[in-house]
Design a protein around this ligand. Structure first.
Ligand code: DPN
Ligand code: ZN
Length: 327
């Protein structure tokens, strides 16, 4: 039997401790809301798979091409094996079939859904490893970590990998448009991750101000992760350039992070983040050189851990660890 000594919430180092449990032997354990650290090597392994898929399928993973469906099948198989309830939702774009992959983690309040997603398709001209293998792989590893920890969040967690973003946000728009109003109203927030491993990286957090349905809570949570690792951030207005747009249009609070695309890094940004001034955040944006060589591992690692931090802390997640492990 565990005896619970209620001590309220106390902050221990960077971890919010929610309570203290004492086992019969007297060894104290504590409940914490902190996310585990996601190893970047696991995320990179998913990127290697996306690269292999592109290489085996004419060099891309684009809508309507075999590399896209192979990417969907690959991610789905991993999620199925981890205990997710997955669905592949078909749509058509100018007569070509596309797919969205939706994965639900069983449990939590199904009337209170926290969703996170990113696009899984590449452009036709390249393998799309940064755009958006990076966000897709980070989301996959976060989802697999939810399973490894057998997380029991208060909110119901749902992940989405969109098709045909590169053709005009087609998959995500289709998902939101075809969702019945009652289902739509259950989604209390959507986090978007599109490009997180840019080779000359930025640490942008979606600006909640002046954006329709921008969530100040998501912004603050993502910023607090970067602050905890001493990485300065800037806000960015992504507007209609990625898949959160359809959710925002439906009045669902949105947020996300971004490591930059075709825009050049300024000297002031190099002061903050290192890298090269006057060079695009992603020099290979939408090109054939967007391969596994086009990834900054540190950026991939930090942005992926920002995803985990926000999901763990906002979904009402606690886990029990030995007291000595906290800090
Ligand atoms: N929408 C991204 C693409 O797939 O090309 C690029 C992008 C993402 C631009 C996020 C701005 C912000
Ligand atoms: Zn993209």
């Amino acid at each position: 039997m565990k005896i619970r000594a209620t001590v309220g919430s106390v902050a221990l180092a960077s971890t919010l401790v929610l309570g203290v449990l004492t086992t019969p032997s007297g060894a104290a354990t504590v409940e914490v809301a902190a996310a585990p650290t996601i190893p970047v090597s696991a995320v990179q392994e998913h990127l290697n798979q996306f690269q292999r898929i592109a290489t085996a399928n004419g060099g891309n993973r684009a809508h309507g091409r075999p590399g896209f469906k192979a990417s969907v099948d690959h991610v789905k198989a991993k999620l199925d094996a981890a205990g997710y309830q997955t669905k592949v939702l078909e749509f058509t774009n100018w007569g070509t079939k596309g797919y969205n992959l939706i994965a639900d983690w069983p449990g939590g309040d199904e009337n209170n859904v926290l969703m996170a997603g990113g696009h899984l398709d590449s452009v036709g001209s390249g393998p799309g490893i940064n755009d958006n293998g990076s966000g897709s792989a980070g989301l996959l590893e976060v989802a697999l970590t939810v399973s490894k920890q057998q997380l029991k969040p208060k909110q119901h967690l749902r992940f989405g990998w969109w098709g045909a973003e590169e053709l005009g946000l087609v998959g995500s728009t289709n998902y939101v448009r075809t969702l019945p109003a009652t289902e739509k109203s259950k989604i209390k927030g959507y986090l978007n991750f599109d490009m997180t491993g840019s080779p000359n990286p930025a640490y942008f957090v979606y600006d909640s101000q002046g954006q329709p349905s921008g969530s100040a809570k998501f912004q603050a949570s993502l910023e607090s992760y970067f602050k905890s690792i001493n990485v300065p951030t800037e806000t960015v207005k992504v507007g209609g350039r990625s898949d959160h747009a359809a959710f925002a249009d439906a009045g669902i609070p949105t947020g996300g992070t971004f490591s930059g695309a075709e825009v050049r890094k300024t000297a002031a940004q190099v002061q903050k983040w290192g890298g090269q001034a006057g060079v695009a955040f992603d020099r290979c944006y939408h090109q054939s050189c967007d391969t596994t060589s086009n990834i900054n591992a540190q950026s991939l690692e930090r942005h992926t851990n920002a995803i985990a931090h926000t999901i763990w802390t906002l979904s009402g997640t606690t886990r029990t660890v030995p007291a000595g492990a906290v800090g």
